[in-house]
Design a protein around this ligand. Structure first.
Ligand code: 5GP
Ligand code: MG
Length: 199
């Protein structure tokens, strides 16, 4: 139903949610174009690394990578199983770090499989380090990592993602799967949250 008072921006960025964003860093169109490129680069890499038709195991990190994963996999031609993991690294309200830990089990039957880790953002890098270690320990024959965002100013580990969509400044961002206190994941763009919206 059409509401005459809504602007194009309200439709694109989620109306009231958009009022809490001080700056849109990446709009819907920019994200979509880059996700296609990432899928293409990843597919090319996998084709050059793996035997033809070798199935992969895609491991999305919940919950933040849910939207990114949904878009990415629809541009990937590879035969795949999907096994999600949950890693807790911050309390949901800030990026103030707590101990990074795996919550729940890893996907089954990883022995000899090529794993593709998908995460929303590579921040300190501790989440990716932990997963890399755990997945290798579980028998993965190889690991490729792909993240939508990366904050170079915050990296604390030597490991780097194999594929990264955008480098962003050191600011707390929400949208396109990323939350603040559980909200804003359904915002189609990625933006910086206004300080007033942070409790
Ligand atoms: P890392 O272990 O690399 O420090 O943290 C990665 C995780 O922290 C991401 O998967 C994400 O859940 C969370 N995170 C880091 N920076 C941000 C941010 O700017 N916004 C949101 N919503 N989550 C973030
Ligand atoms: Mg995460």
């Amino acid at each position: 139903m059409s509401d005459g008072s809504k602007t194009e921006d309200d439709r694109m960025y989620g109306g009231a949610m958009h009022d809490d964003i001080s700056e849109v860093l990446l709009d819907e169109t920019t994200i979509a174009a880059r996700v296609r490129e990432l899928a293409s680069d990843l597919a090319t890499h996998l084709a050059s690394t793996l035997p033809p038709d070798e199935p992969i195991v895609l491991v999305p990190v919940l919950t933040g990578s849910l939207v990114f994963t949904a878009d990415l996999i629809r541009h990937l031609p590879n035969k795949m199983r999907i096994g999600v993991v949950t890693v807790s690294s911050y309390d949901g309200a800030t990026t103030e770090r707590r101990a990074t830990a795996l919550r729940g089990a890893l996907p089954a039957d990883l022995e000899g499989k090529h794993v593709v880790i998908v995460d929303d953002i590579f921040d300190t890098g501790h989440t990716m380090s932990l997963l890399d270690r755990e997945l290798r320990h579980a028998g993965a024959s190889g690991i490729t990592s792909v993240v939508l965002l990366s904050k170079p100013a915050r990296h604390e580990v030597d490991l780097r993602p194999d594929f990264s969509g955008f480098e962003i400044p050191d600011a707390f961002v929400v949208g396109y799967g990323l939350d603040y206190d559980g909200h804003y994941r359904n915002l189609p763009c990625i933006g910086i949250l206004r300080p007033e919206a942070i409790k």
